[in-house]
Design a protein around this ligand. Structure first.
Ligand SMILES: [Zn+2]
Ligand SMILES: [Zn+2]
Length: 453
């Protein structure tokens, strides 16, 4: 190679590095439009530049854009994806529940003979688990050449999310037998596996020994799983004692799981005691308190709480659902007005709600709605939850009898849960909803979670 050529190559390499770091700067500050402008203006791009752009989209929760960018890169044909790119796009598929694209990426990796590192294997297991394909996840795990803590943890969390608590604990034991020490995240998976599968004694023992055995002091998430575990088992007083003795401040999730168990076990007395304790120690938690009062129909109290303080933070994480139809992921927000077919979807949803009331015995559960609205208004408010819009859209756009799969960012509410059960019966469809904490498979009017979630 001539010197001139060498100098030129070195210059353009530097060029790529400089431009890529500029793109990265915009990505880090979340300015994806500007990042894209710079990226588009680059004379030359290498795998690192594409990785920065794709990971940027995914890191900024623009999952669809991340996948589009990946496909664009493949379309150009000159650059082979690297590990960082594969990990990013698999994570995008996991977030969107887009299993077909995920499978395709897996297939593509095998086709080009890409050697799967522990990171990539972990991303694959996580993607399959979160897309409802736990068998595929197990298969990838089995085929792994090398497994590290993250690989084990992704399988344990996946099994737990699918309600396969017994298996999750078996895998955990295998992991310990191989001499791998769990971390924070592993133990969250293990504890929630115990909770979701009714392994109460195992869960209690793991929680009480985690510090001694693995030198991990319980964090808020572990307390969350533990309180959940005790509450589900009906040991509400014990759960309350744990909360009162916690050295860290309990968060809303913990209070909510205890309070919703009070609802399930109809323990109004304890709920009131909790409310008192809560008032004295917090003086806040407006949303939680109003939810509690609402669930017992104490609308005067709800009104009073709502009038005292408007806390904008309560609305900071709006419900959002995804559904994939013919390879395209559609996104719905509660009371959505953005989807191009929204008028038809609303009509369909009205029809669905009417039909399940008549034929499936559905009665709207308005308790979970947090506001002091009239019964009619409440009914209206819950009929717009994003997962209901998504399921109506799914019924419209997919062939009869096929499975409908929805991904929801928050926990599914009681009313949507009951509506899904009725829809699965009346429309003879299997409906899978992955919510913030687990999978629900609705079939013939029943859910795989047995109404515990
Ligand atoms: Zn809902
Ligand atoms: Zn369920």
């Amino acid at each position: 190679m001539g010197l001139a050529r060498k100098v030129f190559d070195e210059m353009s390499r530097r060029d790529v590095v400089t431009w890529t770091s500029l793109v990265k700067g915009y990505v880090v500050s979340g300015e994806m439009r500007k990042a894209r402008e710079v990226f588009d203006g680059m004379r030359e791009r290498n795998d690192v530049s594409w990785a920065v752009m794709i990971a940027g989209y995914v890191g900024n929760k623009m999952y669809n854009e991340g996948l589009r960018c990946f496909n664009e890169m493949l379309g150009e044909g000159s650059i082979e994806p690297n590990e960082a790119i594969f990990v990013s796009v698999l994570s995008a598929c996991a977030h969107l529940g887009q299993v077909n694209q995920g499978k395709w990426i897996h297939f593509y990796m095998d086709k080009i003979g890409f050697r799967k590192s522990e990171n990539v294997a972990t991303a694959l297991i996580d993607m399959y688990a979160k897309c409802g394909k736990i068998d595929y996840a197990k298969h990838v795990f089995k085929e792994c050449e090398k497994r590290d803590l993250l690989t084990w943890t992704s399988l344990i969390s996946g099994l737990s999310m699918h309600g396969l608590g017994k298996e999750a604990l078996e895998v955990f034991d295998e992991m310990l037998a191989e001499g791998i020490k769990p971390d924070n995240v592993t133990l969250i998976g293990v504890l929630s596996a115990c909770s979701h599968s009714g392994k109460i004694e195992e869960g209690i023992s793991i929680f009480n020994n985690m510090e001694r055995l693995w030198d991990i002091s319980p964090k808020i998430e572990h307390f969350g799983c533990y309180v959940d575990l005790l509450s589900r088992a009906g040991r509400l007083e014990d759960a309350f004692t744990v909360i009162k003795r916690m050295k860290i401040e309990p968060d809303d999730v913990i209070w909510r799981s205890l309070l919703s168990s009070c609802k399930v076990h109809k323990n109004v007395h304890l709920a009131e005691e909790i409310t008192k304790h809560f008032r004295n120690t917090h003086g806040g938690g407006r949303l939680l308190l109003s939810n509690l009062h609402a669930s017992f129909g104490q609308w005067d109290n709800v009104k009073q709480i709502r009038e005292t303080k408007i806390d904008k933070k309560d609305d900071s994480n709006p419900g959002c659902s995804y559904i994939e139809i013919d390879g395209v992921v559609h996104e719905f927000l509660a009371a959505d007005k953005l989807h191009p077919m929204i008028t038809d979807i609303n009509l369909k949803l009205n029809e669905v709600m009417k039909r399940i009331s008549l034929e499936g015995g559905y009665a709207p559960m308005t308790r979970d709605v947090l506001f002091d609205l009239s019964e009619e208004e409440k009914e209206l408010a819950i009929s717009w939850h994003s997962e209901k819009l998504a399921v109506a859209f799914g019924l419209m756009c997919s062939p009869e009898g096929t499975r409908i799969q929805i991904v929801k960012n928050l926990r599914i509410c009681e009313d949507c849960h009951s509506a899904m059960k009725c829809i699965s019966l009346v429309y003879n469809r299997e409906i899978v909803v992955r919510d913030g904490s687990r999978f629900h498979t609705f079939r013939d009017g029943y859910c795989s979670c047995a109404d515990y979630w």
